[in-house]
Design a protein around this ligand. Structure first.
Ligand SMILES: [Mn+2]
Length: 345
């Protein structure tokens, strides 16, 4: 990992200490383990340092992150928008984690854009937008949680980390690396993990809580999806999966049930690029994953109103389900050469 700018870290610490009012920590829409682990881990550390905090998320997050300390206190904008509005208005500082543009908070976007007190983004997605006073952006870092850990240490707040904070940060690193399957070429990541274990956290238990906690319906849906809804395009080294509302209903779909589906086709030999289309109430969600050097975020940004990392990105369209899939098949040939030249990581 590149060194973190010391000046920025010093200014961040100063801002925290000068904040008049609770410090608001904000996660992105459809928060994942890294977003939840980062906001709750840092919030816990700040509380241990004697600060007041409030944790905000645009919408509900999957139930298998509810065991993380502080999860029950997260204020959900889609449900409690007045409270979230008030919390931001009375806060003394805003910390945005695992997101780098207001749009990543969906309907909270305006609140972030209008925020006038001191603010910071700590994040690892490429192409950060400037909307806060301070920015700590490290796209080369495995996860925001890992970055947060280094920032905490550089601030001189290491002593405020406890087991619960270490668990939250570990969860962020574990989920954003697919359980240490990708984004793990930097030895620093393993040093971070080994250091987190010093707080006596139980990695086996954490893994179980996140990954061995699905419903039977979700497992059957996955089986159905792989069997009936996966199209393999060998000439493009690509797999396309689609999950329509009809199929979701058949398996009593709950939010988060399709989490991780898009990763499965990448374990097929010679498949470098995997795509999942999920039909939502009012839009189509598109998820991209790749192995090696194929940049999924290029297609996500160009055609699907999205973006993200090279190997993991996504977007959404407000068109009929079939149209979204059709668009993908139309633009895929433009990437044929790139897909053929792709070396797996
Ligand atoms: Mn992340």
């Amino acid at each position: 990992m590149e060194p973190i700018d010391i000046k920025t870290v010093k200014l961040f610490r100063k801002a925290i200490e000068a904040a008049s009012g609770p410090i608001a920590l904000v996660a992105h829409v459809n928060a994942d383990g890294d977003a939840i682990g980062s906001v709750l881990g840092l919030s816990r550390v700040l509380r241990n340092a004697g600060k007041q905090t409030v944790v905000l998320a645009p919408n509900h997050f999957p139930p298998y992150y509810k065991w993380i300390a502080g999860a029950e206190e997260i204020l959900i904008f889609s449900q409690f928008y007045r409270e979230v509005r008030k919390a931001l208005a009375s806060s003394g500082m805003m910390i945005c984690l695992d997101l780098n543009s207001p749009a990543r908070t969906a309907d909270m976007k305006e609140l972030l854009e209008k925020y006038r007190k001191s603010s910071i983004v700590i994040d690892h997605h490429p192409f950060p937008q400037k909307f806060t006073n301070l920015l700590i952006s490290h796209p080369e870092c495995s996860s925001t949680a890992e970055l947060v850990f280094h920032v905490i240490k550089q601030m001189g707040y290491r002593e405020y980390i406890d087991m619960e904070a270490a668990e939250a940060l570990y969860c962020g690193i574990m989920t954003d690396t697919g359980s240490f399957d990708f984004n793990i070429s930097d030895p620093q990541t393993f040093r971070t993990v080994s250091e987190l274990l010093e707080w006596k956290i139980d990695p086996i238990k954490i893994h179980e809580k996140v990954y061995d906690n699905y419903s039977a319906d979700r497992m059957r849906l996955l089986g159905y999806c792989l069997c009936e809804c996966m199209n393999i395009l060998p000439e493009y080294h690509t797999a396309v999966m689609h999950l329509s509302r009809d199929i979701q209903q058949k398996f009593n779909f709950l939010p988060g049930d399709n989490e991780g589906f898009v990763n499965y086709p990448l374990s097929i030999k010679d498949i470098h690029f995997s795509v999942l289309f999920t039909e939502k109430d009012d839009h189509i969600k598109v998820s991209f994953r790749s192995k090696g050097d194929f940049p999924t975020n290029d297609m996500a940004a160009k055609y699907f109103n999205g973006g993200g990392h090279k190997n993991a990105s996504g977007g959404e369209l407000k068109v009929p389900f079939e149209k979204a899939i059709e668009l993908f098949y139309t633009v895929l040939p433009d990437y044929k050469e790139l897909l053929e030249a792709t070396r797996r990581g």
